[in-house]
Design a protein around this ligand. Structure first.
Ligand SMILES: Nc1ncnc2c1ncn2[C@@H]1O[C@H](COP(=O)(O)OP(=O)(O)OP(=O)(O)O)[C@@H](O)[C@H]1O
Ligand SMILES: [Mg+2]
Length: 477
């Protein structure tokens, strides 16, 4: 076993020498100090495992010394030596945080001294080991739900780790579906606000008039429907974190109000002149290029700089393709359990094709595809043939080859066109993670036209997952 370093503090030379002898014989390394100030120098100079100190010393007393040492190193055990006659000193010693006490003189009880010293050193060792294990546990479980080993993602997580505990405002940017919300949650749950609320608000999903009241609350009668006073999200998040998603969609009017909250953590509820103060950490996210929005005059530059204190950019999936196999496995494990399917895995060929894809919808697109595959496949291995047409396209030698040739008997025009339509719609839905608005944009169709087609073709029932239905943009966790 490693030699332990023991510090002996006593103003009487006799005791210093006696203890040193005993301890050295037990195999420990010993440093001595004559008073509290020499002792403090030794404590900060070298790593110690145990301190033995006398109560009565000129200057600072042994009990005060124990308090000071524990402030520097709460795990360093101290044994206090008191006279037989002073019971109150023994009690005081324990109260000041001493590990235990020894009565002086200790001739005849050397075994007690030795045993106590060993116990204290073992206690120290266990405490240190426990702390080490705890910190390993923490780092193992902290980002448990964030899958990926790529350098790009690791860089993001290192940054999250570094900034989580500060109160600084964070701006998370990245394409749609990259995991911005996941990162925001990781920041909150790794911060010292973790046991308080994380309040999320999607600024893009709420009309401007409602958004102000949603953020800051309103008083009774503030507007037509304000029948009662209502607390806003900032007040709800007091002591915790607020996550403002799609911040790029916020109107200029509200941008000014948000700027003020960021500057001095104060605001007025709609219809009220009474200023409220909150202690809230702000995390904002956007998939827009805000610098661009500033140039276009739709986003305030001053707000941008207030938000962008700590920028975190979540890289698109195509720039961290190493993560694809891990994510596929992660989603397969989760979804087969959730849906009670017996999927055994995915073939190398199919996985290679997925790794090759560009993933414009990023992790959400991959997650949706895996869900569809698990639901449709039900059991066995997922293979190339199970992948949607967009992934199989390269099997056909060219686009032209997928246009059927007209036989002598003509062709079933409607059926062919219908098939082609279905393929395009499925592709668009896949790319947008099931977002019909964006899918309609991609196809250059009206939203209503697209919805009608989806209904007619029964594509809704094909295991396609819609984004979870939540009240407009609001969630509290
Ligand atoms: N590294 C990852 N590990 C596991 N799941 C992930 C990872 N990244 C994203 N996801 C999952 O992908 C989906 C999309 O993630 P998230 O909602 O955080 O993305 P986003 O960037 O906020 O998207 P949007 O811009 O559309 O709001 C979620 O279901 C999330 O759990
Ligand atoms: Mg999001």
């Amino acid at each position: 076993m490693r030699r332990s370093n023991v510090l002996v503090v006593d103003d009487e030379e006799l005791y210093r020498r006696a203890l040193e002898r005993i301890l050295v014989r037990c195999g420990h390394a010993v440093t001595t100090a004559r008073d509290a100030s020499e002792a403090m120098t030794a404590v900060s100079a070298e790593p110690l495992d145990l301190v033995l100190c006398d109560v009565r010393m000129p200057g600072i007393s042994g009990l005060e010394l124990v308090r000071q040492i524990r402030e520097i190193d709460p795990d360093l055990p101290c044994i206090v030596m008191t006279g037989y006659d002073s019971v109150e000193h023994s009690v005081e010693a324990l109260r000041s945080g001493a590990f235990w006490y020894l009565h002086k003189p200790f001739e005849g009880s050397l075994d007690v001294v030795r045993r106590l010293v060993e116990q204290a050193i073992e206690h120290r060792r266990l405490r240190t080991e426990n702390r080490l294990l705890q910190s390993q546990l923490r780092s193992r479980y902290r980002f448990d739900n964030i899958v990926g080993q790529s350098a790009a993602l690791r860089g993001v997580l290192e940054l999250v780790d570094k900034v989580a505990d500060s109160d600084s405002t964070v701006l998370v940017t990245g394409e749609s579906g990259t995991g911005k919300e996941l990162i925001a949650r990781a920041i909150h749950y790794n911060s010292r606000r973790a046991d308080r609320l994380l309040v999320s608000l999607n600024c893009g999903a709420i009309p401007e008039e409602l958004l102000e009241s949603e953020l800051f609350g309103h008083v009774k009668g503030a507007f037509t429907n304000a029948v009662a006073q209502r607390e806003g999200r900032f007040a709800a998040a007091d002591g915790g974190t607020i996550f403002l998603d799609e911040i790029g969609d916020m109107s200029p009017n509200l941008q000014v109000k948000l700027l003020r909250v960021l500057q001095d953590r104060s605001f007025e509820p709609v219809g009220s002149s009474k200023t409220q103060r909150v202690d809230v950490r702000v995390i904002a996210a956007t998939n827009q290029n805000l610098e661009d929005a500033i140039r276009r005059g739709v986003f305030r530059e001053d707000l941008y700089y207030r938000l962008n204190v700590i920028p975190i950019e979540v890289p698109p999936l195509r720039r961290r393709k190493d993560d694809i196999p891990l994510l596929v496995q992660h989603f397969l494990d989760r979804l087969t359990a959730e849906k009670g399917r017996a999927i055994e895995g995915i073939t190398e060929a199919a996985l290679a094709r997925l790794a090759d894809h560009d993933w414009p919808g990023n992790v959400r697109e991959l997650e949706n595809l895996m869900e569809r595959l698990v639901v449709l496949r039900r059991e066995g291995m997922i293979d190339l043939g199970d992948l949607p047409p967009a992934f199989r396209r390269r099997d056909a030698s060219s686009d032209a080859a997928s246009v059927p040739t007209m036989g002598a008997d003509g062709i079933d025009f409607n059926a062919v066109v219908d098939r082609l339509e279905t393929q395009l719609i499925v592709q668009a839905l896949e790319q947008t993670g099931g977002n019909k608005n964006r899918a309609a944009q991609l196809l250059g169709l009206n939203r209503t036209t697209l919805i009608e087609k989806i209904k007619k073709k029964g594509l809704d029932a094909a295991g396609r997952s819609e984004p979870a239905a939540v009240p407009p943009g609001v969630s509290i966790s």
